[in-house]
Ligand binder design. Sequence first.
Ligand code: HEC
Ligand code: HEC
Ligand code: HEC
Ligand code: HEC
Ligand code: HEC
Ligand code: HEC
Ligand code: HEC
Ligand code: HEC
Length: 353
Amino acid sequence: MDSKTLRNYGSSLLLVVTFSATVVAAPGEEKCLVCHGKPGFSKTEATGRKINLFVDQAMLAKSVHASRSCTDCHVDVVAIPHQVPQKVNCRRCHYSGNTVGAPQGELYDQYAQSVHGLAVAAGNSKAPVCQDCHGTHDILSPDSTGSTMYKLNRPATCGKCHMEIYSVYRESVHGVALASGVLDAPDCASCHGEHNIKKHLESGSRVSPEHVSETCGECHGPMGVASKYGIKTDRTTTFEESFHGIAHKMENKTVANCASCHGFHDIRKADDPKSSINPANIVKTCGRQGCHPEATTQFASGKIHVDPTKKEAGLVYYITKFFTILTVSTLAGLFIFIVLDLFRRAKKARGAK
Ligand code: HEC
Ligand code: HEC
Ligand code: HEC
Ligand code: HEC
Ligand code: HEC
Ligand code: HEC
Ligand code: HEC
Ligand code: HEC
């Protein structure tokens, strides 16, 4: 055993000792339930707000933490009567290498660096800690339909705090699809991430101007799920081949990305009169943010997602075709010229001998 393993061994031993010490010293679950097991047990704050203090044990028994006792989480309740306990710290168990079998990965580290974690650390009491997203005594695995973080329930959970965005998203093509049970449609986390959500303008954000097209492309690209819904999945390739896409690749952040034309929380089908890409609104969309202030109906009637190798691209198809033929014939001509020239030089050289 080297000194490092010895130290680890030592610290886990210490952890076990402190854990069992709290378990022994702390009052048992039955003791808590003498008061907290009474339906209607509550307190009234100075402001007149009533706080429920009843704990539904049946709910806890159905949660992922069924085998945890009250004081595993409320560690600071060590005597009765007790002081108002601190907020529960989920990280007591959910950390890399924990001995209680709590799933973790790099979750906590990611959260700490997220817009939410940083805001909490800076003292913003409105930003979410673990329990704001996952619940308290009712925590379930996010794969379970009853979880606040189950895909179909996420928009409403994020929406508790981001209310305006939620109300816009709900009416978008994605929000409507998700609410009707289409699990392939994006919820908030599909676009923003989960424990790693960043401010939208930060370059590390999945929705920043430089990354948003890739994020849409996860579903609308060639291998994306959108094809299952009769939506063309050449959207990202046609976009990349367009002028906007090429300029976008060349790090020109001010040029259009998917969201500049389609919006983001308010994405709608082209035939929806409220859609930013509806023929009635497209001139305004091209002109917004000062992109093309001179935009006219005719200007905007040009196709945007054009595949230049298909006839439906119209003039673009023929121009592409023309240049392809021109390039091939020029190269062929050049090649024939070189061969003839080499042949002539060889003949001349032989003649000179
Ligand atoms: C004698 C009754 C009684 C017992 C037994 C009791 N509590 Fe409490 N508990 C209270 C009261 C009263 C409050 C409200 C305290 C306040 O805000 O002044 C409270 C508040 C709490 C809160 C915080 C609620 C909030 O305001 O967010 C937690 C958590 C809690 N108790 C956990 C426990 C645990 C765990 C046990 C068992 C180890 C326990 N209690 C045993 C009476 C009791
Ligand atoms: C998995 C951890 C966990 C376990 C186990 C747990 N609690 Fe809690 N409890 C929480 C969290 C999280 C909150 C929300 C407040 C906070 O963030 O600290 C909470 C809140 C409370 C409250 C305030 C009222 C409420 O519902 O918000 C009381 C009272 C309470 N717990 C008592 C108990 C008692 C009694 C038990 C055992 C029967 C218990 N808790 C078991 C995590 C836990
Ligand atoms: C006393 C240790 C402990 C504390 C504190 C604790 N957990 Fe857990 N948690 C566990 C264990 C152990 C499991 C695994 C349960 C199982 O699979 O049977 C778990 C499972 C979970 C799961 C389910 C993961 C999955 O995919 O199945 C979530 C979500 C979760 N915890 C969130 C939280 C949150 C949020 C808090 C803080 C309010 C918290 N936990 C506090 C020990 C803890
Ligand atoms: C902004 C909301 C949010 C916050 C805050 C948050 N989570 Fe999560 N968490 C999620 C989402 C969304 C998922 C689902 C991920 C998935 O299904 O891929 C998740 C999944 C999990 C899981 C299950 C992962 C697995 O592999 O099974 C655990 C455990 C968990 N979170 C614990 C925590 C802990 C601990 C904290 C606090 C440090 C926390 N979460 C903070 C949104 C959040
Ligand atoms: C289809 C992808 C997508 C979905 C789904 C989505 N967002 Fe966004 N969100 C974006 C993009 C892109 C931006 C950046 C917009 C910009 O650059 O101005 C953004 C910006 C934001 C912002 C910061 C800007 C602001 O207005 O405050 C918040 C907060 C936000 N989203 C929360 C949410 C929530 C909550 C949900 C779910 C109800 C959600 N988003 C669903 C793509 C999405
Ligand atoms: C408890 C309330 C709360 C919950 C729940 C919550 N948020 Fe937030 N969120 C905030 C607050 C407050 C901020 C502002 C933090 C700051 O910038 O200081 C924020 C910031 C953000 C931002 C960055 C905004 C920007 O300026 O670009 C995004 C994106 C975001 N949240 C998305 C989500 C998503 C997605 C969920 C659900 C998985 C969620 N939030 C759940 C309160 C919440
Ligand atoms: C998680 C996958 C996913 C992500 C990410 C995603 N979408 Fe979608 N999108 C879908 C699905 C699935 C549908 C079909 C919904 C339905 O109608 O049932 C759809 C529908 C659409 C439609 C309507 C198509 C039509 O006319 O029927 C548009 C436009 C669209 N998405 C644009 C975007 C943009 C722009 C982004 C990025 C900001 C984006 N999507 C991100 C999955 C996704
Ligand atoms: C310059 C503006 C613009 C940009 C940038 C743009 N689109 Fe579009 N998009 C449109 C317009 C206009 C339409 C409707 C007419 C059409 O199909 O060309 C459309 C149609 C769509 C449709 C519906 C196709 C169908 O089958 O009904 C999807 C999905 C879509 N775009 C996704 C994307 C994605 C993903 C990106 C980014 C990779 C993107 N768009 C970039 C303007 C744009």
